[in-house]
Design a binder for this molecule. Structure first.
Ligand code: ZN
Length: 355
C-alpha cells in the first residue's frame, strides 16, 4: 500500500514535470500563402534590402514541407490540420482522420486547453475559415461554416476569437446570442475592441464586418488591424497564470497572391510583421513563451526579379494563380525555439511543441 502511494506520487510528479517542460505560452503565427519570395519582396519594399523583416532576425529558422495526404499541393484546411494535429489529411478536411477512421484529431489548441491554458484564434479571414478552423474545430469539410462555428462555441470554446464574419442569405454563421449566453464579451468594431477592459475579460468574441477583412491597401474602415487584434487578444490570454495557446493568421496574404497582386500582398505581409512585433512583447514579458512564424503553403509561385529600392514595389514574376508545393519558411524565438531549425514537415509542429 505504502509503495503504491509512493509510486503514485512519483507518477504525479513525472506528469507535472512533463507538462511544465512544454512552453507555457505558444503564439503560433501563420502568414497564409507566405513563401520565401513573399518575405523577400516585402523586405525589399520596406527596407530596400532582403532579410530585414523583424522575424527574419529570429535565432532559429528552417524550411517546412507542406504536402497533404494524397496530393503534392495543399489547401489551407489540410495544412492547418497537419500543423494543429500532427497528421496529414486530405485537402478540405478540418482536423479529422481522413483518409482513415474519420475520427476527430485532437489539436494543439485542445491539448493546451485541457492542461488549463487559455486559448485563442485570431485572423483577418472569416473566423470560421480553414486555418483557424483546423485549430479549433472538426469537420469533414472546410465549407461546413455553421458546423465549424458551432464547434467553436460548443466544443473547443476558445477564450479569444477575433476575425471576420461569414454571412450568407440566412444571416451570420456565428451565433452571437449563444456566445453571449456562454459568457463571451462581444465586440464588433475597432473602438469597442480597443476600449475593452481586458483585465476583466476571460472570453472575447470579435466577429467583424461582413466577410473577410478588407485589404490593408484599401483601408479597414472601423475594423481593427491584425496587429490591434493581436494586442487585444494577448492581453486577455495572459490573464491566466496557467498559460495560453493562440493561433494568429495573416489570412489575406494568400488572397492577394491568388490574384498576383504584389502591392496588396506586400502590405498584408507588413501588417502581419507588425503583429509579430507585438507578439514578441509577450516573449520578452514571459520567457516561457514560444513564438513561431510560418506559412501553411506558398501561393502564386512568386519569384523576385529585382529590387526597385526602398518604398517601391519590387519587380516580380508569378507563375501560378494557385498554391504551389514550394517549401515555406519557419522562424522561431523563445522557449524550445531551437527545435525549429533546419528542415521539417508541417506535421512536426505538433510533436516539437508538445514533446
Ligand atoms: Zn489560398
Amino acid at each position: 500500500m505504502k509503495l503504491k502511494k509512493i509510486l503514485a506520487a512519483v507518477m504525479f510528479l513525472a506528469v507535472i514535470y512533463e507538462l511544465s517542460a512544454r512552453p507555457k505560452n505558444v503564439i503560433f503565427m501563420i502568414g497564409d500563402g507566405m513563401g520565401f519570395s513573399h518575405v523577400k519582396a516585402t523586405s525589399l519594399y520596406q527596407h530596400g534590402e532582403e532579410g530585414k523583416l523583424f522575424f527574419e532576425s529570429f535565432p532559429h529558422r528552417g524550411t517546412v514541407t507542406t504536402h497533404p495526404a494524397g496530393s503534392d499541393i495543399t489547401d489551407s484546411a489540410a495544412a492547418s490540420t497537419a500543423m494543429a494535429t500532427g497528421k496529414k489529411a486530405k485537402n478540405g478536411t478540418i482536423s479529422m482522420e481522413i483518409p482513415g477512421s474519420g475520427r476527430e484529431l485532437k489539436t494543439l489548441l485542445e491539448v493546451y486547453k485541457e492542461s488549463g491554458a487559455y486559448t485563442g484564434i485570431i485572423t483577418t479571414t472569416y473566423i470560421n475559415h480553414a486555418t483557424p478552423a483546423g485549430f479549433a474545430a472538426h469537420s469533414v469539410s472546410r465549407k461546413n461554416y455553421k458546423e465549424i462555428a458551432r464547434d467553436y462555441l460548443e466544443q473547443t470554446r476558445p477564450n479569444v476569437m477575433l476575425g471576420g464574419n461569414k454571412k450568407s442569405f440566412w444571416g451570420s454563421t456565428f451565433d452571437f446570442g449563444r456566445a453571449r449566453v456562454l459568457g463571451y464579451h462581444i465586440v464588433d468594431n475597432r473602438e469597442s475592441m480597443i476600449s475593452l477592459r481586458t483585465e476583466e475579460t476571460a472570453y472575447l468574441a470579435g466577429v467583424f464586418g461582413k466577410g473577410h477583412f478588407p485589404y490593408e491597401k484599401d483601408g479597414l474602415g472601423d475594423l481593427p488591424h491584425l496587429s490591434q487584434m493581436t494586442r487585444a487578444g494577448l492581453m486577455v490570454l495572459d490573464n491566466n497564470p496557467g498559460g495560453f495557446f493562440v493561433m494568429i493568421e495573416g489570412g489575406r496574404i494568400d488572397h492577394a497572391a491568388h490574384k498576383n497582386d504584389i502591392e496588396r500582398m506586400i502590405l498584408e505581409t507588413l501588417e502581419f510583421e507588425k503583429s509579430v512585433k507585438i507578439a514578441y512583447e509577450w516573449v520578452q514579458k514571459y520567457p516561457d513563451t514560444l513564438l513561431l512564424v510560418t506559412a501553411d503553403h506558398e501561393t502564386g509561385g512568386l519569384e523576385v526579379l529585382s529590387s526597385s529600392g526602398k518604398g517601391k514595389f519590387p519587380a516580380v514574376r508569378w507563375s501560378s494563380y494557385r498554391h504551389t508545393a514550394a517549401r515555406v519558411p519557419v522562424y522561431a524565438i523563445g522557449k524550445d525555439a531551437e527545435r525549429f531549425s533546419g528542415e521539417m514537415d508541417n506535421t512536426d509542429f505538433f510533436r516539437k511543441i508538445l514533446d
